[in-house]
Design a protein around this ligand. Structure first.
Ligand SMILES: [Zn+2]
Length: 140
């Protein structure tokens, strides 16, 4: 990922950019919300942003906005929870989860696979390069 893309993404207030799909957060006074406020690593920022744009586009087209209630990493996948929406929102959520299985959580490489570290049992979606650089030496 280009560095400037990453910087642009972290500076965007999601409640301003996507007021309909972040209504749940605005109503609770949790503003501004940035992409790094969610429990995911930076390698997934562009992936998440792409799917937020899909939710927003779907809501504007159909009038059935998915209202995001939580975004987190769960069992090595990008887990997006929402209220409302429609069948298409559900499909978008599943697409995001499925695509996240191939995107490195650390560097955005599209060649990641899931692995469980021997020391903590946590499931990571990580490319070979990040695995070797960040974890392999430390944990084995
Ligand atoms: Zn990586």
């Amino acid at each position: 990922m280009k560095k400037e893309t990453k910087i642009r993404m972290v500076n965007i207030d999601l409640t301003q950019r996507f007021p309909e799909i972040f209504k749940h957060w605005i109503d609770r006074g949790i503003v501004p919300m940035y992409i790094y406020n969610f429990s995911i690593r930076q390698g997934w920022y562009s992936l998440l942003f792409k799917y937020l744009e899909k939710f927003d586009e779907q809501g504007k087209r159909t009038g059935n906005f998915a209202e995001i209630s939580d975004i987190k990493e769960k069992f090595g996948g990008l887990d997006i929870s929402f209220y409302g929406g429609d069948a298409e929102s559900f499909k978008i959520m599943l697409e995001a989860y499925k695509e996240s299985y191939t995107v490195c959580e650390f560097c955005s490489s599209p060649n990641a696979k899931q692995t469980s570290m021997k020391t903590d049992g946590w499931i990571y979606t990580i490319c070979d390069s990040c695995y070797n650089n960040k974890f392999h030496k430390r944990t084995l």
